[in-house]
Write a protein of this length. Structure first.
Lengths: 304, 308, 335
């Protein structure tokens, strides 16, 4: 039976087309990056962070004044063309000091964060993987640590050890890892039982391979997000410690020390507090936005 | 439930024991302490100290004696100042700090939760965006920055409130505002996101499908579920206020426990620092327990777990 | 034939997402008569649930719904939210898929059951309590009086689904929409729940819209069947017509995919390809990428519903007088 109308002629053979997946496959990372990019605030946060990091580490080399140059006659001057952020009580250029402060605060925060990461991930992974009595014991210890506000532990450590830069990031890192540990343990516990782990074992994967190629990548997302949020927490704590007098010593200054110094002259020279404070606030905001963006971008359940 | 409370208390006691033990041996080991022989004190006082703290007895006996004292809440002598005990320090400032801290917590709860709910209900509206923006900004500022802002604008410039010290109701305003700022912002964010998450839950859909008016859906179905994470965060919130009080009392020269804590740190008055840490630990445990009990009250699922 | 109770015309639903506009429901027309059971069948993503949720106005704020849904002389899509909530639970009820999450964990079953009853039927708390006990008895929950004071997590899955059904029937609605009511349950419980629904339908003369992807369930319960794919209705007719004289290639594929005990087939039949991307649906008939009989015209325009007589309709270009004649029996013998 001839077909008169060509409209009703069968479509050319598309066997391959039928089995083709209709949406182009995007790898997990690319999809996550696409979602991150869509989050405007996260991008702004990222930009601010990059700017600050560059300013803090490279900026002082281009500045006119060094952070420790004192010019006692020019003390407590308001912002001007010569001194962009004004001067502090000893006539030092506040702008450069804020930049240098950035170096210290950021470095402390990042190192503390990495320390928390190392301790927390190891602790949580061991607890989660071993389970049973060891897990119980390890979690008990964490609970014990939590009975006293963590910041107080940090203070106690800082008091007992000699004051200084290393002490601070050690104190912060060695105390705040509990959050990370809990998170990692929860991830490990959940992932341990999931079917893909069983499938991998059924295919003959060794214990090590199981942990590194299957468990860790799936647990990475909350770890990264937690790391991002731990940095502003460390900055906060460091500024807190500095305010109480447990921070770094002169002439080195972190943002916390600068804020503390700025407080002395608050009544008459408010900018001495305002600039370091603004630095802290903006950095914290930036990290928070980036952290939120990462969290939304890396959540596999939101994948399309 | 009882077993759970017991467990918590036990944990606290273990911590206390650890800290107290460290304190004791530090007192013995570090120079400049109340028991060291370097002190040039009048003989009478020395004899008093020796008698009271049984310094001529063997070490272990001294240790257990010290532990016993802690149990009856005698936290021992100040490291730096003769004649002063840790208890003195705590007692002196407690009522002041309690008022300041208590007020902050209450304000945070009473204002924070309703505002958070309101913002969630008017999601993406003007109120929501303003409130969320302010909350995010405030939470990103360390408490001393907020304190500084308040001091500068409200006390120095506008001369509305006294910038420091304590005494009259006006003295309460600035420190309380500064102290509750973080927890207020935090509670607003938490309540809001909790409500937003719940609004897309299946059981809320069921309630709407039953034709329940939106008003009831919010107050009867969503609220209790949304409050669960809020109540769970009561303990860390209190911890935040406790720690915040150190700086706030310091800045505003308020004669409270927090300021004494900071002073003890600066002075390296170890026994006071450690003893007060134990004290803070007990406080926090108390609040954690309250939070747990409240959670069990609100969420029936938790009750079953605890009993079983 | 009884009176039409619900008439859906030209229903279209789109969702605004960060990736673009998702066309979930496209030009759907359906009718449900009093006391009858209409089954809506299709794969996940075919738009069956969204159609019902659109009609009930239960979708999130990023949904755009157009068209007409006439129930009892009222266009449900045009009335105010307040008026709609009076209809929901009272005239039209909906039972959802997952009994685990469908009930509020912090409220007792009693509270959740009395709520709707007191609201819509104006009963006092005591009266509502009695009605709730009556309902729980009807759906087969033992010890109803004691159960009313318990919480959802104290019930098993099957029990919870029964409670959800009781909730659905509490105010004697004219129409009950059941969205995959048995998918989350064991097979034996499934059978019980379906029996229950059949029985209740007979007793109360409630019309039921049953959304499912399980043809076995359809055969057991439905009077009429609508087959959906890619947001459109492909074929609609009585149970008999759909199962014995299907005309749409997708219906054929579905029927073929059901494994049978009485044949010696060695391979499980499946439908090649995967469901369409609703962000950029294929032009013309949504099924053409996977249809064995696709023709050139199928990629261009979507076919209209052809009336095959006795209220049996199918939307396929094969119905066109100029198209080649293909039939299901040929299909079966070919395979």
């Amino acid at each position: 039976m001839a077909i008169s109308d060509s409209r009703f002629a069968p479509l050319p053979d598309r066997q391959s087309a039928a089995d083709r997946i209709t949406t182009p496959p995007i790898s997990f990372l690319k999809d996550a990056w696409r979602r991150f990019k869509a989050n405007k605030m996260a991008l702004v946060g990222l930009a601010v962070l990059i700017l600050f990091i560059l300013a803090a580490f490279v900026g002082p080399y281009f500045a006119n004044h060094s952070y420790s140059d004192q010019s006692v006659i020019l003390h407590d001057k308001p912002p001007s063309g010569e001194y962009w952020f004004g001067t502090d009580a000893l006539g030092r250029d506040l702008f450069v000091r804020v930049l240098m402060g950035g170096r210290i605060s950021l470095a402390v925060a990042v190192f503390a964060g990495l320390l928390q990461l190392a301790v927390g991930v190891a602790y949580g992974a061991i607890a989660g993987l071993r389970g049973g009595k060891i897990d119980n014991l390890m979690m008990r210890i964490v609970d014990i640590m939590d009975t006293i506000p963590l910041t107080i532990w940090v203070i106690l450590l800082a008091v007992l050890l000699t004051p200084g830069l290393t002490t601070i990031f050690l104190a912060i890192g060695l105390v705040y890892w509990t959050n990370m540990a809990r998170l990692v343990r929860a991830s490990v516990l959940a992932l341990k039982e999931q079917e893909f782990m069983l499938a991998a074992r059924a295919l003959g994967a060794s214990r090590g391979r199981l942990v590194f190629r299957h468990l860790v990548p799936n647990a990475m997302a909350p770890i990264i997000v937690e790391l991002t949020f731990s940095i502003p927490r460390a900055i906060f704590t460091e500024s807190f410690l500095s305010f109480i007098g447990l921070g770094v010593s002169a002439p080195m200054a972190s943002w916390g020390v600068l804020a503390s110094e700025g407080f002395m002259g608050l009544r008459s020279y408010p900018w001495e507090l305002a600039y370091p404070a603004a630095a802290i606030i903006l950095t914290t905001l930036a990290f928070n936005f980036v952290g939120d963006g990462l969290r939304d971008a890396l959540d596999p359940k939101l994948r399309r | 439930m009882a077993r759970y409370i017991l467990q918590r208390v036990l944990t606290m006691l273990v911590v206390a024991w650890v800290v107290v033990t460290v304190t004791f041996f530090m007192m013995k080991a570090l120079p400049g302490g109340p028991f060291s022989s370097e002190k040039k004190l009048p003989d009478a006082i020395l004899k008093n100290i020796e008698r009271r703290y049984k310094l001529d007895r063997p070490l272990m006996e001294q240790y257990f004696d010290y532990l016993k004292n802690v149990v009856v809440w005698d936290l021992g002598p100040s490291f730096k100042y003769e004649g002063r005990t840790v208890n003195d320090v705590i007692n002196k400032g407690f009522s002041v700090s309690a008022r300041l801290g208590g007020l902050s917590i209450i304000i945070s709860l009473v204002l924070g939760v309703p505002i958070g709910i309101l913002a969630a209900m008017r999601h993406n509206g003007l109120i929501d965006r303003t409130v969320s923006g302010l909350a995010i900004l405030t939470a990103a500022a360390p408490s001393f920055v907020i304190a500084g802002l308040l001091q500068y604008f409200l006390a120095f410039k506008l001369k509305l409130f006294p910038p420091a010290t304590w005494g009259t109701p006006e003295h309460y305003v600035l420190p309380t505002l500064a102290l509750c700022s973080f927890s207020l912002a935090w509670l607003i964010k938490l309540t809001r996101s909790s409500m937003l998450e719940i609004t897309s839950q299946d059981y809320v859909r069921t309630a709407r499908a039953k034709g329940i008016p939106e008003f009831w859906v919010v107050f009867r179905h969503m609220l209790r579920n949304a409050l669960v994470p809020v109540i769970a965060s009561l303990a860390p919130l209190t911890a935040g206020v406790l720690v915040g009080s150190f700086i706030i009392e310091f800045i505003f020269a308020i004669p409270g426990v927090g300021r004494e804590f900071v002073i003890s740190i600066t002075n390296r008055d170890y026994t006071v620092t450690l003893g007060m840490s134990v004290f803070y630990g007990f406080l926090l445990t108390g609040f954690t327990l309250i939070g747990d009990i409240l959670t069990a009250l609100v969420d029936p699922r938790v009750r079953l777990e605890k009993e079983g | 034939m009884s009176k039409p109770l619900l008439t859906i015309e030209g229903l279209e639903t789109q969702f605004k997402t960060y990736a673009g506009l998702v066309q979930a429901v496209r030009n759907v027309n359906l009718t449900v008569h009093e006391g009858e059971c209409l089954a809506i069948v299709g794969e996940s993503g075919s738009g069956k649930s969204v159609t019902m949720m659109s009609m009930m106005r239960l979708l999130a704020k990023n949904a755009i719904v157009t068209g007409r849904a006439e129930f009892n002389g009222v266009d449900l899509l045009k009335i105010s939210n307040k008026e709609m909530s009076k209809i929901r639970g009272r005239e039209i009820s909906m039972v959802f898929q997952d009994p685990m999450t469908g009930l509020n964990p912090v409220l007792t079953i009693g509270t959740q059951m009395r709520e709707g009853i007191m609201l819509h039927l104006g009963m006092s708390k005591a009266e509502a309590n009695n009605r709730a006990i009556e309902l729980l008895n009807k759906v087969g929950v033992p010890e109803p009086a004691r159960r009313l004071n318990q919480y959802p997590h104290e019930f098993s899955g099957g029990m919870r689904q029964r409670v959800m059904i009781a909730l659905g029937l509490a105010c004697n609605p004219r129409l009950l929409i059941a969205d995959e009511p048995t998918t989350a349950l064991d097979v034996t419980i499934q059978a019980q729940i379906l029996e229950l629904m059949k029985q209740l339908k007979k007793e109360l003369n409630t019309a039921i819209i049953l959304i499912t992807h399980n043809l076995g369930v359809v055969a057991g319960m439905a009077d009429r069947v609508a087959v959906m794919y890619g947001g459109r209705v492909c074929e609609v007719g009585t149970c008999e017509q759909i199962f014995h004289r299907p005309r749409h290639p997708y219906t054929w594929a579905l029927l073929r995919a059901v494994p049978r005990l009485d044949e010696h087939k060695r391979r499980l039949e499946s439908i090649a390809g995967s469901p369409p991307n609703m962000l950029k649906p294929p032009g013309g008939c949504p099924f053409h990428p996977r249809c064995a009989h696709a023709m050139n015209v199928c990629t261009g325009e979507a076919p209209e519903m052809t009336d095959l007589g006795a209220n049996h309709k199918a939307a396929c270009w094969l119905m066109h007088p100029d198209a080649p004649k293909v039939s299901f029996d040929q299909e079966v013998t070919k395979a």
